[in-house]
Design a protein around this ligand. Structure first.
Ligand code: ZN
Length: 219
């Protein structure tokens, strides 16, 4: 089924499906687990709209390109144009919050990083961003103090709290908008806590956001 933005109750959002802007290294525990340096400014990258798939649909991993890692992340849906915005305006431009997987071909990414080449082919492939339906902002009154987690086959793999982001959600959106205009229908991924690891065919996933549980299945 083609991806469309919709709320948790199934009602569609009248927004196009836009680009996805992501931040690398936004939780200190995840920076440490990959042995990366703490960035001086946010590391941004993008996934195209073709990366978006419904979280409820079977997740199809790329084949023959090495390990594909899960990165569970809070996702923010934008509903206004943001250009050189401040954090307060960014907060007013949120249609909803969801939970996403920033799927990453880790071995490919590592080899690209070694060659100082861009990451796109490791991060932006078709289906690289399974995304849940969105909670209305009123259903997530404290987005910056919210638990998110990923369980795989009944075992916790990633457990974090958005309070531990190095760059907060609204500051991040403002920073992004100083580089790229955010448009209605764009999605912002806010980084992943520690515990990333490979997915395998047949894995059953539970993505947890503020008491909501979304299940997913790797094909
Ligand atoms: Zn990520």
């Amino acid at each position: 089924m083609a991806y469309r933005h919709r709320y948790l109750d199934g009602s569609p959002l009248d927004l196009p499906v836009g680009k996805i802007v992501c931040i690398g290294r936004n939780y200190l525990d995840h920076i440490r687990e990959l042995g990366n340096a703490v960035p001086e400014t946010p590391i941004l990258f993008m996934k195209p709209a073709t990366a978006l798939v419904e979280l409820a649909d079977p997740i199809v991993l790329p084949t023959g390109r090495g390990a594909c890692h899960h990165e569970v992340e809070l996702a923010v849906l934008v509903n206004q144009t943001l250009r050189n915005a401040d954090a307060a305006s960014a907060r007013q431009a949120i249609a909803g919050y969801g939970i996403a997987l920033d799927l990453t071909l880790r071995e490919l990414q590592d080899s690209l990083k070694k060659k100082s080449q861009p990451w796109e082919v490791a991060k932006a492939f078709d289906g690289a961003c399974p995304l849940s339906p969105f909670l209305h902002p009123a259903e997530l009154p404290e987005p910056q103090a919210t638990e998110l987690a990923l369980w795989v086959n009944g075992t916790p793999r990633q457990q974090g709290n958005t309070a531990h982001m190095m760059v907060g959600i609204f500051d991040l959106m403002a920073y992004i908008s100083s580089h790229f205009t955010l448009q209605p229908g764009d999605v912002v991924l806010t980084g992943t806590p520690a515990g990333v690891g490979p997915l395998a065919a047949g894995d059953t996933l539970e993505l947890r956001l503020a008491g909501h549980v979304f299940t997913a299945q790797v094909a």
